[in-house]
Ligand binder design. Structure first.
Ligand SMILES: *[C@@H]1O[C@H](CO)[C@@H](O)[C@H](O)[C@H]1NC(C)=O
Length: 349
């Protein structure tokens, strides 16, 4: 059943979330929901096809397409001292450490490989051997984050580096910066090679991140505690699946002294928002609920979007902490959420 206001159920009452109806701008999102199996096929086809000259940075891959690539990456157990090696594909997803070699057997103009680690990892990419024709228009660039359908994660607003510094182009700086450390558990590489026989080898590593901030979850279920210790920054935990989120505990350092008459969390410099949407840029997603009071949960919500985000906004004055767990919605739950509504961008309960 669809209600006009999203309510987050919480023991002992309800936290008022933003009125859902206000979030529904145009009907432009209609019909996009769960049409992805076919869509993924189209995405992969268009990326692989040489007929179309796509800008790789505007790649058409969807979050779900990516995750199914990830799921096709078999989990491998290797002894510690053996480096895992395999060829890199023109469209690839890598979640294991190892050495990856791309060699062009024909012009490959629109290639991208996505890297992902555990929430507490940072990805590093090292160029081992690169044989490309920079002057002829070839390139290999690492991006600090993911770009999907032109949207970036982390959002430009939430990343400490300006956008141009998040790209490291081998042709500009490869001899100086052979190893690039990302700022979070996701990174990617774009490449374009014209000459058959050209190629490159990279080593991907996962290093420990003592202060994970922006994260994409590798799995549709899990739990996480996000802490921002007196830092003026915002952190997002992104789950690229329709999920139920259960917030176990929210602890915001401030005393709840801002004006309660204001809607949502306006007036509070420290809060947690739940966002839903179909892309990866959190600044373009829709607020589903705002939480600006500390509580001990559980408070839960089902969010039937392609991407669900827990985002913490922190003024730097306090230690803020949120603990949550999440699990994939099953088919029946999604159907139920969908209910009678046909126009919604995604479905929440
Ligand atoms: C964090 O997000 C809030 C609201 O979205 C914004 O007003 C603030 O400027 C952001 N802070 C930083 C450090 O980016």
């Amino acid at each position: 059943m669809r209600s006009d206001a999203a309510r987050l159920r919480i023991k002992g009452g309800e936290l008022a979330a933003r009125p859902y109806s206000r979030l529904l701008g145009s009907g432009a999102m209609s019909g996009t929901f769960r049409a992805h199996v076919g869509f993924l096929f189209l995405c992969l086809t268009s990326l692989r096809g040489q007929g179309r000259y796509l800008d790789v940075q505007e790649n058409e891959i969807t979050p779900e397409g990516l995750l199914s690539l990830l799921n096709s990456e078999l989990k491998r157990e290797l002894p510690d001292d053996v480096v895992y090696r395999r060829p890199l594909r023109c469209l690839d997803m890598i979640s294991v450490e190892g050495q990856f070699t791309f060699s062009a057997d024909r012009p490959q103009l629109n290639c991208a490989a996505f890297f992902i680690g555990e929430p507490t990892d940072v990805i590093s990419v090292e160029y081992n051997a690169v044989d490309i024709d920079c002057r002829g228009g070839d390139f290999v660039k690492v991006f600090d984050g993911w770009v999907m359908k032109g949207e970036k994660f982390p959002s430009s607003q939430d990343h400490q580096l300006p956008l141009f510094e998040r790209y490291v182009d081998y042709c500009d700086s490869g001899s100086v910066r052979r190893t690039i450390h990302a700022s979070q558990n996701v990174a990617m590489i774009f490449f374009r090679l014209h000459q058959p026989g050209s190629g490159f080898t990279i080593t991907v590593r996962k290093l420990r991140n003592p202060f994970p901030c922006n994260i994409i979850s590798q799995t549709p279920e899990g739990s996480f505690t996000m802490v921002i210790p007196q830092q003026h920054k915002n952190c997002s935990f992104s789950i690229i699946y329709p999920v139920e989120i259960q917030i176990g505990e929210l602890s915001l350092g401030h005393i709840n002294d801002f004006k309660r008459s204001l809607p949502g969390c306006a007036g509070s410099g420290d809060f947690v928002e739940l966002l839903g949407g179909n892309g990866v840029d959190t600044s373009k997603m829709y607020p589903v609920a705002d939480l600006c009071y500390s509580f001990n949960g559980p408070a839960q919500m089902k969010i039937g979007c392609d991407n669900t985000v827990v985002r913490m906004v922190s003024s730097g004055k306090f230690i803020n902490r949120v603990t949550f767990q999440y699990r994939l919605l099953n088919r029946q739950e999604l159907q139920k959420l969908k209910g009678n509504s046909v126009e919604d961008f995604c479905f929440i309960e």
